[in-house]
Design a protein around this ligand. Sequence first.
Ligand code: 13P
Length: 340
Amino acid sequence: MNLKEIIIIAKSLVANDKGLLAMDESNPTCNKRFAAAGIPQTEEFRRSYREMIITTPGLSECVNGLILYDETIRQKKKDGTLFIKAITDLGIIPGIKVDVGAKDLAGHNGEKITEGLDGLRDRLSEYFQMGARFAKWRAVITIGNGIPSRGCIEANANALARYAGLCQEAGLVPIVEPEVLMIGEHTLEHCFEVTEEVLRTVFRHLYLQRITLEGMILKPNMVLPGLTCPKQESVDAVADITVECLLRAVPAAVPGIAFLSGGQSGELASARLNAMNVRFKSRLPWALAFSFARAIQQPALEIWHGEESNVSAAQKALYHRANCNLFARRGEYIDKMERI
Ligand code: 13P
């Protein structure tokens, strides 16, 4: 393990106001999104969709890293070039999702535990050989009647920390993703309380497992009211409370925080990230970046619709969203960018 290199990669992932693009949907998740958009759910359609993404002109101006999935890291462009080579040739760092999904947590109705620790050391070593330099593991926390429970938060935090330790041992930067879901009627304040508790627990477990905080990236949810909460808050209110929560719970040694989008629209995700950077950037110990999947991909997916003739228009839409987030990192995103 070379910790110095891991620390350099972690910093590079959030350097130059760029962020990460998550294109690591598992096959079932990708198929679900394809089905909703009326696209056939086959390996070839998934491959050509991913080729459309990675060949987007200008993508490397906006993102430092791309998160792949096991199927994708083995796939090739039509011309025979491995995706991972094409990505590396662009100067983009390839990453890989390594959890195997959130499953029902025994004895905890309505709660999930993320699995994938068994055999992880060998899988990480294979991904490193293939050229991946960072990894991702997502834990899911649901807010609901009497949940989340301590048991669920602790179990997920422990798994995240064990995953992070194995990543650093293998030379990969761990992206640590504890996602408090937006689904529900809960208020902004309730999301704040749960997110703070989750983050504090995650960092306690990361400490216990001897994780080098300088060599990791945190991928949290923004603090948001539940989707069905009657009181939806302003962009600035979300920015303020999210930063307050992170300042309480995330050690200054962490180089970067790259938000997930979690089902927010692309425009709202950019506006909220922008507001955080406008209001706080010069006073924060860590970079506030993005690691969005849906908030960057969704318009492009709908335009592409599985058809070769739509590739160029879809790539323009993808670039647009990635570029909006580059501007949001600088605190220079404005509404008008959406109307050009
Ligand atoms: P969303 O931005 O669509 O929430 O996805 C981020 C991600 O990588 C989930 O693990």
